[in-house]
Design a protein around this ligand. Structure first.
Ligand code: SF4
Length: 417
């Protein structure tokens, strides 16, 4: 394999250091995060207004055990019920919530659990998100796979039996342009039946092109729906524009994508409000696009390289479990993905209750699936990893563990005719 990776061996220039310092210390030096940048498409959707209204007025301290009991008794969970289930008052009803969630999951998904693997094809990024190891000021190994390398990595993953892939790029239009990503989608559709994308948000015509290249669904993490906190954490780059990011899933659906996925990074801000907003984002879009497949992820902030800039608001496993059960009760048809950031024990437990999709054979570095899957020596050609993963299980091991839980691991249930 030809060596394509670039190493950031130079320290930041004095100008870059000065700009970084200014962005961190002087809010007036930062762009307005609610204003679109040139070239960003504005679709005038009403979904954002609805979500923000609910989130802003959500006072979870007012909910009581009585509200939680009532929510659990209702056959259809209303928005008000969902708010009660996310509140601290529901923490002592975790067992009942898990039972109800488990019932809904088996009603709508049987005992199936879907498996997929993410493939990072690049880790260049033009944004300055202060909590992320990939950000443009961090001193990490950057790498971008060539088409030949992508093909090779995909073949290795496909040979393991995996039928669904999620392609990730970091967020750099300059390094990973639409044509490059489109080429990766074309390669992926040779090997996989389901191709997902987790890339920087793009305009409708670009999503349409990527769909034509073979992409089926689009994942965009809003990170936090708290616009003020968002402003303090995303200091530079196109990602700073909060509303453009918010409307990404809707643009993807307008472009013909079959499905979209959503998430906040729980812990960046008030996790109860972010969980409420994530689920309502799904809820209101589902009403506008009833044909679309939707899913929610629930990542928690994890330790990352060079991250001493923020003080994460802890979301403990018990609270994460509460959120996932509340998601399932409120949105019974929606897929719920739990990533390898969580431990094997947690994932084994939550798939029996509410989660319907898990990643396996994960590497958040670049270009190392070959050594990982074949068990061979690492090639030494890796881009750095974005964050630490907790659950390192291979596809085979994950498959076996899910089956041992009495569940049915599924690699894909789509047939193209
Ligand atoms: S979170 Fe995403 S956009 Fe932000 S710095 Fe990391 S890779 Fe870039």
């Amino acid at each position: 394999m030809e060596n394509q990776f670039l190493v950031d061996s130079e320290h930041l220039s004095p100008q870059a250091l000065e700009r970084k310092h200014r962005l961190e210390t002087d809010p007036a030096s930062r762009k307005n995060h609610m204003e679109y940048m040139p070239g960003m498409e504005e679709i005038k959707s009403d979904v954002c207004k609805n979500v923000l209204e609910h989130m802003t007025s959500y006072d979870y301290s007012k909910y009581t055990s009585k509200d939680v009991k009532a929510a659990l008794e209702h056959e259809n969970c209303t928005i008000e019920d969902f708010k009660a289930l996310l509140s601290p008052a529901a923490e002592s009803f975790l067992e009942q919530m898990a039972q109800r969630a488990s019932l809904e999951t088996s009603k709508h998904f049987g005992n199936t659990v879907y498996l997929f693997t993410p493939l990072y094809i690049a880790n260049y990024c033009e944004n300055y998100c202060v909590y992320c190891g990939f950000n443009c000021y961090n001193h990490i190994n950057r790498m971008k796979l060539s088409a030949e390398q992508i093909d090779k990595e995909m073949k290795v993953i496909a040979d393991s039996g995996m039928e669904e892939i999620l392609i990730l790029t970091g967020e750099s239009r300059a390094q990973s342009d639409i044509k490059y990503i489109g080429e990766a989608c074309r390669l992926a559709s040779k090997y996989f039946r389901m191709v997902g994308l987790e890339i920087y948000p793009v305009n409708t015509d670009e999503y349409k092109y990527l769909h034509e290249c073979g992409a089926d669904y689009v994942t965009v993490f809003q990170e936090t729906y708290d616009t003020e906190k968002y402003e303090q954490l995303h200091l530079w780059g196109h990602k700073r524009v909060w509303p453009y990011r918010f409307d990404a899933q809707e643009r993807a659906l307008m472009a013909g994508m079959r499905g979209v996925a959503f998430s906040a990074l729980l812990g960046l801000s008030d996790f109860r409000k972010d969980a409420l907003a994530s689920a309502l984002h799904v809820y209101f879009l589902q009403r506008k696009y009833p044909h679309a497949e939707m899913s929610l992820s629930c990542p928690r902030l994890r330790p990352i390289i060079n991250n001493d800039k923020i003080n994460p608001l802890d979301v403990h496993e018990k609270q994460l479990c509460q959120i996932i059960c509340a998601y399932r009760i409120f949105l019974p048809f929606v897929g719920i993905t739990v990533s390898s950031r969580e431990s094997a024990e947690f994932r084994n437990g939550i798939v029996r209750i509410a989660a319907t999709k898990v990643s396996a054979g994960v590497s958040t570095g670049i270009g190392d699936h070959e050594s990982k899957y074949s068990g061979g020596e690492p090639s030494g050609m890796h881009g750095d990893e974005q964050f630490e993963i907790d659950d390192n299980r291979s596809l085979d091991k994950m498959y076996k563990d899910i089956a041992d839980e009495g569940l049915q691991p599924v690699l894909n249930d789509y047939l193209y005719v």
